[in-house]
Ligand binder design. Structure first.
Ligand SMILES: NC(=O)c1ccc[n+]([C@@H]2O[C@H](COP(=O)([O-])OP(=O)(O)OC[C@H]3O[C@@H](n4cnc5c(N)ncnc54)[C@H](OP(=O)(O)O)[C@@H]3O)[C@@H](O)[C@H]2O)c1
Length: 276
């Protein structure tokens, strides 16, 4: 049995794929139930990580149904995971979101460009602000952590995610003015595990901080689409289009250069996944 990988949110859309793929790749995977690791009860996080002493932690768990969820699960719960990982000396990969950016693309004078990792964050939604706070708590506790900002995630035909369910709901309307960079959760899981392999290499080089992999990392599909077009690609036909309400980031396209330079393979873009 290989080294231990702790996956938080192992029952989730991304977590399920991570758990399956990590086991196939030789990790001893620990995917605790909510009873065993509850982000609302930081003591459970501390106890579980201290007992398991994982070599690596991928933190995917989150909840966003209320401001209380954002404060206690996303921000405080994530901080508890980061502190526990630091105490155990575990590598930490934290899942964050493109919504840490406002959606008004940066412009250095040559026209709008995608968001780079070193651009200042400027979230406009409560969720984006909470994920931004969580990132800061992670990097304060574990400076060598990798904070992976991703975009909309899709499931698979036999295990669809929320985007697929929404696209196939005839009553749903879809925002035509909101641009994202979707990828499949399975492809993202593969890239995250490839990232852990790089961290292993960094360890062997005596580079305990992970150097090149520390800090924010933009990792999403290559193709930018509006959410109505995404729904049409999934549904295979026209959907009901509308505009997004105020407070939704309109264009969070991410510059993927850093991930492309680091990783052996990138998540496929939506035009390759669902050619239409
Ligand atoms: N999905 C997207 O489109 C998207 C886009 C950008 C970024 N992300 C980020 O990617 C990550 C994974 O997203 P996902 O779509 O895979 O999530 P998901 O399917 O909604 O799964 C959430 C997971 O978190 C767990 N969880 C919720 N509250 C918890 C608590 N109090 N204690 C412990 N575990 C708790 C859930 O466990 P239960 O099964 O027990 O409820 C579930 O396993 C998140 O950090 C998210 O911010 C996702």
């Amino acid at each position: 049995v290989g080294r231990t990988l702790l996956v938080t949110g192992g029952t989730g859309l991304l977590g399920r794929r991570l758990v399956r793929q990590a086991a196939e790749r030789g990790w001893a995977v620990l995917a605790p139930t909510r009873h065993q690791l509850d982000l609302l009860r930081p003591g459970t996080v501390v106890d579980l990580v201290a007992a398991a002493r994982p070599a690596a932690v991928i933190h995917t768990a989150y909840a966003k149904a209320s401001q209380d969820d954002l404060d206690r699960v996303v921000v405080a719960g994530t901080e508890a995971v980061a502190r526990a990982a630091a105490a155990a000396g575990a590598r930490l990969v934290h899942l964050s979101s493109d919504t840490v950016f406002s959606g008004a693309l940066p412009d250095d004078g040559d026209g709008p460009r995608p968001w780079r990792e070193d651009d200042p964050t400027d979230a406009i939604s409560a969720y984006g602000r909470a994920k931004d706070q969580a990132e800061r708590r992670v990097l304060a506790a574990v400076p060598g952590a990798t904070v992976v900002r991703t975009s909309l995630l899709l499931g698979d035909p036999d295990d669809p995610g929320p985007q697929e369910l929404l696209a196939r709901d005839p009553a749903a309307t879809h925002w035509a003015d909101c641009h994202r960079q979707p990828c499949s959760a399975a492809d993202l899981a593969t890239a995250l595990l490839d990232l852990l392999d790089l961290l292993d290499l960094a360890d062997q080089d005596g580079d305990r901080d992970g150097g090149r992999v520390a800090g924010p990392l933009h990792l999403a599909g290559a193709d930018v689409v509006d959410r109505a077009t995404l729904a049409e690609l999934i549904a295979g036909g026209p959907v009901r289009r509308t505009s997004s309400p105020p407070g939704i980031p309109l264009d969070t396209r991410l510059d993927l250069t850093r991930a492309r330079d680091l990783l052996p393979r990138m998540p496929r873009g939506i035009r390759s996944l669902l050619p239409g």
